[in-house]
Write a protein that binds this ligand. Structure first.
Ligand code: PLP
Ligand code: ZN
Length: 420
């Protein structure tokens, strides 16, 4: 066993710091990320080794930020989620090569398990006893689950207006849940203060450089499933923008360490119009993110001041991708479209992504021969309320064939004799 993570490096000025629970550059206050020894990885990592690894994201352990040689990953069974060919959805949209990466089936039912598995492993190795986060919902679920698995205490901070199902899906693991009267951005500001005061491992604050790396495995798994090839175009939802940036980074890294041919992947990002600071900046042709106060049913994406916004803008622009913002109505239609064509029930964030796909397909922005991968990141059973009043396929009858046939309109003959 070895680890190839070497240090933290500033994403703005390049200054370095040792690996540790820190996230801002001492020189310029820019965000930090993990730097690896890619040469050592290239010389040691082979496709066959990965293929022999566990059926979880930890098969890519050499490309993840472990801080100890003998690190034991905190793993609840995350990753290696299905990449399915979505032919029925493709046909509906006039596309030919469409795949869905269904990350809604992770253990806590969102892609956040990837980031949290990596961050919890780092936090555990650094000796923390309390795991914490500022969350729009899914992250709290995942942090609570991983803390339970690692035998750590969990304190999760959420906006008080969160969906009831998401609160239950944290509460069951036994964390302390702090519901803050405010938006996610208020929650996050409070969490930053608490992280400084209390010495807790906030996965998306002081452990953010580790946390964010987990999402790279969404690129690795797709490439491996496609026979070590990148798709032409990916579409991902954006809240802070970290997920999208790390998918892009993941494909680049695979080329860098020689696991696949270098390829330019088009990166497109989706937001709800009711919280679309990144897409708005793209539309206006600027790098300047103007904070927004969220007003959308896509609560898991409702971050008004996205930390990775400028980096996401750069990934989208430099790859010739698109930023798409969709209405709440389109989100609900997106959820239903994916369910009805492919049998996958996603939460509102997935509705955002499918709606963005639909817009891009219908506007001709996706050439029909492009191989497209759409990332579905959360499970529909977490946000069933979003469909209230939008499904009308319930037929209620008494236990009688007659009533059933009347209700279904399938009654072919009448019991009464026909009089001529
Ligand atoms: C958190 C989340 C995202 C986006 O995450 P960022 O990295 O903050 O952009 C996407 N989908 C779901 C379901 C999420 O919970
Ligand atoms: Zn810096």
């Amino acid at each position: 066993m070895s680890t190839f993570a070497r240090e933290l490096v500033c994403r703005v000025c390049g200054a370095t710091q040792p690996l540790g629970p820190t996230y801002v550059c001492e020189e310029c206050f820019g965000p930090l990320e993990v730097r690896y020894d890619y040469e050592a990885i290239s010389s040691q990592l082979r496709r066959e080794e990965i293929a022999k690894g566990p059926l979880s994201l930890w098969r890519y352990r050499d490309l993840l930020p472990l801080v100890r040689e003998d690190s034991q990953p905190v793993d609840i069974g995350t990753g290696m989620t299905p990449l399915i060919r979505a032919d029925r959805l493709a046909t509906r949209l006039g596309l030919r090569h469409l795949y869905i990466k269904n990350d809604a089936v992770n253990p806590s039912y969102s892609f956040k398990d990837r980031a949290v598995s990596v961050a919890t492993t780092a936090a555990h190795d650094m000796g923390f006893d309390t795991l914490a986060c500022a969350s729009t919902g899914n992250l709290a679920n995942s942090v609570a689950a991983h803390a339970a698995r690692a035998g750590m205490r969990a304190v999760v901070f959420i906006p008080a207006n969160l969906e009831a199902n998401k609160i239950v899906a944290s509460g069951v693991y036994g964390p302390t849940i702090v519901a803050v009267d405010g938006t996610y951005d208020d929650v996050n500001r409070l969490a930053t203060l608490v992280a400084e005061e209390y010495g807790w491992a906030f996965v998306n604050v002081n452990l953010r450089p580790f946390y964010a790396e987990g999402a790279k495995t969404l690129a690795y798994e797709v490439a491996e499933a496609l026979g070590w090839q990148a798709p032409d175009h990916i579409i991902a939802p954006m809240a802070s923008g970290a997920l999208l940036c790390k998918i892009a980074k993941g494909f680049r890294e695979l080329a860098k360490v020689g696991l696949m041919e270098s390829k330019r992947v088009r990166i497109s990002g989706a937001q709800a119009r009711g919280c679309s600071p990144i897409v708005t900046a793209l539309e206006q042709g600027t790098d300047q993110i103007v904070p927004q106060t969220p007003n959308t049913i896509a609560k898991s994406l409702a971050i008004g001041t996205p930390a990775d916004g400028p980096f996401a803008i750069h990934e989208i622009r430099s790859s010739n991708g698109h930023g798409v913002a969709v209405s709440d109505q389109e989100i609900v239609e997106g959820v239903k479209l994916l369910a009805e064509t492919e049998g996958i029930f996603t939460e509102t964030a997935g509705g955002v992504t499918v709606a963005a796909l639909k817009r891009l397909a219908e506007s001709g922005a996706i050439p029909p021969d492009e191989v497209v991968v759409v990332y579905i990141t959360g499970n529909g059973l977490k946000t069933p309320d979003a469909l209230d009043g939008h499904l009308n396929n319930l037929v209620t009858v008494g236990p009688s064939l007659l009533e059933l046939e009347r209700a279904l309109g399938t009654r072919h003959y009448d019991a009464e004799p026909v009089t001529v």
